[in-house]
Design a protein around this ligand. Structure first.
Ligand code: GTP
Length: 354
């Protein structure tokens, strides 16, 4: 446990000036009447009451938090450090490798899709790709593995066509010359979706994640070809436990960005390098991406995938007859913050402008 130093601030009101894009893992806590400085993986030097805190992290990086204590108007301003000490996974030098472990056909009321389960050498999460269309094939899945027999290939889903009872061959007897490479076909519609237990499973209307997932599946399925990549980065990467803490903070008046920062996370901790590797494994180098998030587009393009078109995701509540009842207001607040604080490319309806 780290050493703690507490500065008492009078009176009770405390406000923080919050960083928007810093990916800092700060160990500075602001709690009700007190400003608590926790010493964990850094050394802290406070140079003045109204001063700066220099942190030296174990990795050698340093940051400066500037703290202004105003006893007159009861405010504490913490200016974000200029040098973020943390690195995202995508910044590391370890080459990322993804491999499709298993694939299976999932029949739905509106047709079949193929669920691909990926493993990788960065985390032990099961990232997924839902593939629509026979021509989109995983390179790592199709590659033969040493010593495997036909039944092994069938069990891990490396078959062509559709399995039938009693089948013993992974090939469906396809006699054509070669399957058309997926890159020779028009760029498919792709959704890179981040896990949201609350929005997708318990159907929370604090966010639009459930609606977006459903809409993306519908649009891609109607085109007959495309992919939904489902990344296990719950709560913009902070995990479900801290996301639920963030919800409690939101009930106390924080927005989604300030709640994350209060919990010592950047506003968005997500990376998309696993998604770009999965797209490369599926031989898709040109895509039409369903998103409003410019950070996602930039990261995907930096990963070597060309986004030939951005297909917007307009929340159904914002399409027509915008209504501001109580439940919609929570969603409105969530979406408004995405536009105003996270650069999301959506037009906020007039009714929501202050
Ligand atoms: N930390 C935090 N994460 C949330 C909250 N609500 C939803 N999320 C997570 O936000 C992620 C979805 O991100 P969004 O910002 O809604 O959308 P996006 O994927 O960045 O952008 P689009 O592609 O336009 O949908 C999922 O991982 C959700 O679990 C919240 O209140 N706090």
């Amino acid at each position: 446990m780290g050493h703690q130093k507490t500065i008492f601030v009078q009176p009770a009101e405390v406000t923080t000036t919050l960083p928007l894009t810093s990916n800092v893992q700060s160990t500075t806590k602001v709690i009700s009447k007190q400003l608590t400085l926790s010493k964990t993986n850094h050394t802290t030097k406070r140079s003045a009451t109204n001063g700066s805190i220099k942190k030296t992290f174990t990795n050698g990086l340093t940051t400066n938090h500037h703290i202004r204590l105003s006893h007159r108007n009861s405010e504490v301003h913490i200016t974000p450090p200029t040098t973020p000490p943390t690195t995202r996974y995508s910044d590391t030098k370890i080459p990322l490798i993804v491999e499709c472990q298993v694939r299976a056909r999932i029949p739905t009321a509106t047709g079949d899709m193929f669920l691909h389960l990926y493993k990788n050498n960065r985390d032990n999460k099961e990232h997924l790709a839902v593939v629509f269309g026979e021509d989109i094939r995983s390179t790592s899945l199709d590659t033969s593995r040493p010593g495997e027999v036909e039944m092994d290939r069938i069990l891990r889903g490396a078959y062509t066509g559709k399995l039938k009872p009693g089948q013993t061959s992974s090939s469906d007897g396809f006699k054509g010359t070669t399957m058309i490479s997926s890159d020779k076909l028009p760029p498919p519609l792709v959704r890179i979706h981040s896990e949201c237990f609350t929005g997708e499973i318990v159907q929370s209307v604090r966010c639009d994640c459930g609606e977006q997932l459903k809409e993306a599946m519908k649009l891609i399925q109607s085109e007959g070809r495309g992919v939904v990549i489902y990344l296990r980065q719950e709560g913009r990467g902070i995990g479900l436990a801290d996301k639920l803490r963030a919800y409690n903070l939101q009930d106390l008046g924080h927005d989604t960005v300030s709640a994350n920062v209060f919990l010592h996370h950047p506003p968005d901790l997500r990376t998309y390098d696993i998604a770009t590797q999965i797209l490369a494994d599926l031989r898709l180098s040109n895509i039409r991406l369903l998103t409003n998030n410019p950070d996602k587009i930039e990261q995907v393009e930096n990963g070597g995938i060309k986004v030939v078109e951005r297909v917007p995701m307009v929340p159904s509540a914002w399409k027509v007859n915008h209504d501001s009842n109580h439940i919609i207001n929570e969603l409105d607040q969530y979406l408004k913050v995405k536009v105003e604080r996270m650069r999301h490319l959506l037009n906020v309806p007039e009714t929501l402008l202050n």
